[in-house]
Design a protein around this ligand. Structure first.
Ligand code: IPE
Ligand code: IPE
Ligand code: MG
Length: 241
């Protein structure tokens, strides 16, 4: 049975979960934090090497100010509450996205979490915070352009493999499975480059309701898929024989 080495999740539906209960949207985000804990547990138990979670997109700043500030407070309290336990569980924590946009106290906790867990190896947990796929690709293009301008690389040598080393997650296994909860069938500017050959799995389940059974259904579906990478089904069967 094939298990995904790297799982990426668009954790969507917190707001609707709360609205269905006639509660403020922030209650949904808080309930979503519990689902994050269960998901990390599930991934450790299943031997997943890397888990990338979309926590806050570069577009989410445009939400009502009280929701944004509530999310920032939640981010802070989750970092305070969970990092020590994750460190004990052997989780290596990383962040992708433009961290400069966050307040100094959040940035400090992000740096501490990364430093504290840098030597861990049970699961690499990547939190995408103020992340956007287009921003990621633009930053890679900018870095290569600067290298070319300053004579460190010859622009003629820029190819897919070189570009791939400059986008986020370059040092991790390719994303095998991307899950989106909440019922919408879109990528919402998540990992655009990195999802090129990922298997996509969508569920109407709202993120706070996600549990081990939901994740198991995604993993079971993944294990039944034939990943062809442009080849024919017969070629792939032959390779696997
Ligand atoms: C996802 O849930 C969490 C963030 C974007 C921070 P939403 O807040 O987008 O929930 P819905 O889509 O409004 O239900
Ligand atoms: C995607 O959800 C971002 C996160 C889960 C952090 P959104 O709720 O922002 O996506 P759209 O706006 O419905 O596309
Ligand atoms: Mg949403």
């Amino acid at each position: 049975m094939q298990t995904p080495r790297h799982v990426a999740i668009i954790m969507d539906g917190n707001g609707r979960w709360a609205e269905q209960r006639k509660r403020p949207r922030l209650i949904g985000h808080r309930a979503g934090a519990r689902a994050v804990r269960d998901t990390i547990e599930f991934c450790i138990d299943h031997g997943v090497e890397a888990l990338t979670l979309f926590a806050f997109s570069s577009e989410n700043w445009a939400r009502p100010q009280d929701e944004v500030s509530g999310l920032m407070r939640l981010f802070l309290s989750v970092l305070d509450r969970e990092v020590d336990e994750l460190a004990r569980r052997g989780v290596r924590i990383r962040f992708i996205g433009e961290a400069q946009a966050f307040s100094p106290d959040i940035r400090k906790r992000m740096q501490t979490a990364e430093a504290l867990t840098a030597g861990n190896s049970s699961l690499t947990l990547v939190i995408a915070a103020n992340y956007g796929g287009r921003q990621d690709i633009a930053a890679a293009a900018r870095a290569l352009a600067l290298d070319a301008r300053d004579g460190r690389i010859d622009p003629d040598t820029i190819d897919e493999a070189m570009f791939a080393t400059r986008v986020a997650l370059a040092d991790l296994p390719a994303v095998d499975l991307c899950i989106r909860t909440g019922g919408d069938l879109r990528i919402s500017n998540f990992l655009l480059w990195q999802l090129a050959y990922a298997e996509l799995w969508f569920t109407p389940t709202l993120w706070p309701d996600v549990d081990a059974a939901t994740l198991q259904a995604a993993f079971d579906d993944f294990s039944r898929r034939q990943r062809r990478f442009g080849l024919t089904g017969a070629q792939v069967s032959q390779q696997q024989a």
